[in-house]
Design a protein. Sequence first.
Length: 464
Amino acid sequence: MLDEGDHGSDSDRRLTRRAVLGTAATAAVAVQLARGVAPAPAESRLASVLGRGLGRGGEPMQLGALATLAKRIGKGEPVAIVDLAAVDRNCNRLIAWSANNQIAWRPAYKTLRSPELLAYVLGKLDRPRVMIHHLRDLSQALPHVPVGTDFLMGYPPTLGELHHYLGSRPSSGERRHTLRINVDGIELLRALDELSRRTPRKLPIDVVLEIYNGIPRGGFDPGAELTAALKLLRAARGRLRLGALLCYDALAAAFSDDPTRRTAAQFAQNNLTEAYKSVLAQAHDFVNLKTFVRNGPGSSNYPYWAGTKAANEFSAGSAVLFANYLDAYDTAAGLAKALYLCAPVLRLPENLFLGKGPFPIPPGTEPVYIKAGGWPTGNNPTLSKLAYPPGLLEGPVYGRGSNASGLILARPGQLHLGDYVVETAQQVMEGQDYFGGLYAIRDGSVRALWPTVSRWVGQREELA
């Protein structure tokens, strides 16, 4: 899907080559792929293209089969696996809620850390739209997403990000798209205004104003602060174009109890409604009200926005792969785990220092080291869950927080050298960021190997 004549950065070209190699490897591995799968009439042309060789629907794989597959493809290294049948199930649920409530779904790129996985999900929508959180990720997505994809920033950029982006020229052949830059305060808006006067980027620059949501996240108060922002935007017409408001009820992502979630949703809805009234009253002559975006909740709290007129978009991302933190939410009803982190057994220690003195272990268990130290947990094992084999426990002392290998406890003889342990991620973004690529699987076979987003590494010309 790369446009002819696209001459992106070195990192963009590396990513494209990796994608090509991944596709070639997939063709060699999956000779038994389902062919000629016809897309449903409601699916987009992109879905038709992406569906070739990837299939559609089916049942998510059992954990034992996943562990066996990981052993075959991992060759002794940790691997990340995305179950496409589970992704399809989760997307269908989100799309159905979107249709029933007439609130459009904008998937979050920060939780879909492969541009090709992002494109696969976008292919299911009526129109390609993305919530993006880091400007550095934009160029990596563009070769894979449809022409005209609408990117709305969920975070405000740092001042450095903004200078770097607006001070650079678009790559030759860059795919046409919309980028809505998040602004959460008057100082950042003034900086954007000043940079817009001399940017080589195409004008006007699209802007989304973040509205205060009740916690110390920042954002414009829908009263006097928003009025000041609208005055500045009026003066900057032709250079800055307001097209969206964002009021994310982030407090609900930290507390799963019903009263807190309802309160967070209602507060955000009230502020978003008041902000939109201000836009109608003060900016109706220079904004396009027919296409104006009002974005509200994410994965943890969107059901509490059912029936509201405050928002016309929601931005579920973690629900697509079903992060562990969502287990405590009714949001998770009907979802299937879609991201698995698979770690090989590294050693089965024969010494008996564990179980004695200050290192007690439960009776009927034995220590097992897996090649997954600090992955993706650091010293906090709650960031991932031991899912298979059943009954695994954290090892004493560092457990999986060790910097070299993770220590777990298993029943005697339950794990052997070469076996794989399956984990699920508390936050799916961290679960993917450790890996260079994601194995996309369906019905027990590998359908694609999708490179993940590369991290910021700087630029050679900055070296002294």
